[in-house]
Design a protein around this ligand. Structure first.
Ligand code: 9WN
Length: 438
């Protein structure tokens, strides 16, 4: 059948292209998100990269995660960036001399020799570890992969569930927009407006050397990012003292999904997993209590400082679809919202946008204020499949593969047209393409 033959050749070409991107971004012990724009190791990027790498080299996938975990702090936090000492300081801002992890982070147990940032990113790691293990259990057992990483992942979750329970209800809070990973989402506009920006002349934005200014966050955003990070650093990275604390649905949904994965890892190691599964279920109930809005059919962020929901519709509010313990009603409502006018999936958009199409702040090209991203769409695809929405899951998978290949594995795309934006040859786009091909 010639049509089947074509499909195979294009799948092969896509596979080859994605593998080339990951080979080009591999540095020996980990993968950079993008050679020019992001020349170090990023936390949630590495988790997504490992999920794709496992199909090419389970050994590399394990190494990717082990390298990240080697930079874990004594208090359990996994830093959002692990710096490569061979890269010049001015290649990325904020650089190690800004974060000063080994001195300012000493009380929190920052590593002495490895330089890292002091904030975190979404906890996709236990989920990635489990998927990497499953791809080659023989190699994993031979290398003692799970016994080595399990205590670190447990400490990571403990940090988030205790030190970061700033709202007091059991969910984890982020203390900086970079922690949640959707840096300039309109969700942050209100809580950020209370932060006095650092003067523009006090820092230099290396991102503008490689990214288009009209796509990236603004200078005013950066002034506030810098102020928040400086204050956190100057408090010795101690938690509970800052002016920004938000409970985010995607961050917490990923923590819950990872807690389920941690339960499976424990069971694989011969320990009981039931308590962790039960905790994940309790957290799911708390997520619904704290962040679900039945009238809107989606989840919202809670601003811990004002104890109010932030009325901005971000794709983050759809990502709890990933959770197995969601009620049928909530899953159905999320699927409806995803395909409705605000996200337009399968109707006006090719991939789910990062932000409400009808929202005042929507911009199809500006970073997390509208463009579609591959990691969030990969998570939605998994969620759709988990809840039995096989038709929509298959359609989204086909669009993801098409768009990834046609865009040159772009960092993000215009949600209507699939036009490439940001960096090309972006690691998690390539990695998640590989995962969908398998
Ligand atoms: C700040 C690396 C990271 C991603 C984030 C994305 C972007 C950094 C930046 O790039 O953030 O951490 O410099 O803009 O928003 O999700 O992890 O790919």
């Amino acid at each position: 059948d010639p049509a089947a033959y074509d499909l195979t050749t294009s799948a092969n070409a896509l596979h080859r292209g994605a593998a080339e991107v990951l080979a080009g971004n591999w540095t020996g012990l980990s993968t950079v998100p993008s050679r020019k724009l992001y020349p170090h190791q990023w936390s949630w990027d590495s988790a997504f990269v490992a999920i794709g790498l496992r199909h090419l080299s389970p050994l590399r996938a394990q190494t990717e995660l082990e390298t990240l975990l080697d930079a874990q702090w004594g208090d359990g936090r996994i830093p959002h960036i692990v710096f490569n000492p061979a890269v010049p300081l001015d290649a990325y801002f904020p650089s190690p001399d800004f974060w000063r992890s080994s001195t300012a982070g000493r009380a929190a147990g920052a590593p002495l020799t490895t330089q890292t940032s002091g904030i975190v990113q979404p906890p996709v790691h236990a989920l990635a570890v489990w998927l990497v293990h499953e791809s080659d259990p023989g190699l994993s057992r031979a290398r003692g992969f799970l016994p080595r990483v399990y205590p670190r992942l447990a400490a990571w979750h403990r940090y988030l569930l205790h030190r970061r329970d700033l709202g007091g209800a059991g969910l984890a809070s982020v203390v900086h927009p970079w922690e949640q990973g959707m840096d300039n989402s309109p969700t942050w506009d209100a809580p950020l407006s209370r932060i006095t920006p650092a003067p523009a002349r006090s820092f230099r934005r290396a991102d503008l050397d490689h990214g288009a200014a009209e796509d990236r966050p603004t200078d005013l955003d950066y002034g506030r990012y810098v102020r928040l990070a400086t204050d956190y650093r100057d408090q010795g990275y101690a938690d509970g003292e800052g002016d920004f604390a938000v409970e985010d649905p995607a961050f917490n949904a990923l923590l819950i999904a990872s807690e389920h994965a941690l339960a499976r890892i424990a069971e694989e190691l011969g320990a009981p997993g039931a308590a962790r599964h039960a905790r994940a279920e309790r957290l799911t109930a708390t997520l619904v209590e704290r962040l679900w809005d039945p009238a809107e059919g989606m989840f919202f962020c809670r601003d811990v400082t004002t104890d109010a929901l932030i009325p901005e519709r971000s794709v983050s509010g759809l990502l709890p679809l990933l959770l197995p313990g969601l009620s049928r009603d909530i899953a159905t409502a999320l699927v409806r919202t995803l395909h409705g006018p605000r996200f337009g999936l399968g109707d006006t958009t090719r991939l789910a946008p990062s932000y409400d199409l009808t929202g005042e702040a929507f911009d199809p090209h500006r970073y997390w204020r509208g463009p579609a991203w591959f990691n969030t769409n990969w998570l939605l695809e998994r969620g759709l499949r988990l809840h039995g929405e096989l038709g929509p899951a298959d359609a989204l998978r086909a669009e993801l593969l098409d768009t990834a290949g046609a865009s040159g594995f772009a960092e993000y795309v215009d949600p209507y047209t699939g036009e490439a934006c940001g960096a090309l040859g972006f690691s998690w786009t390539a990695a998640l393409t590989l995962d969908l091909l398998h």
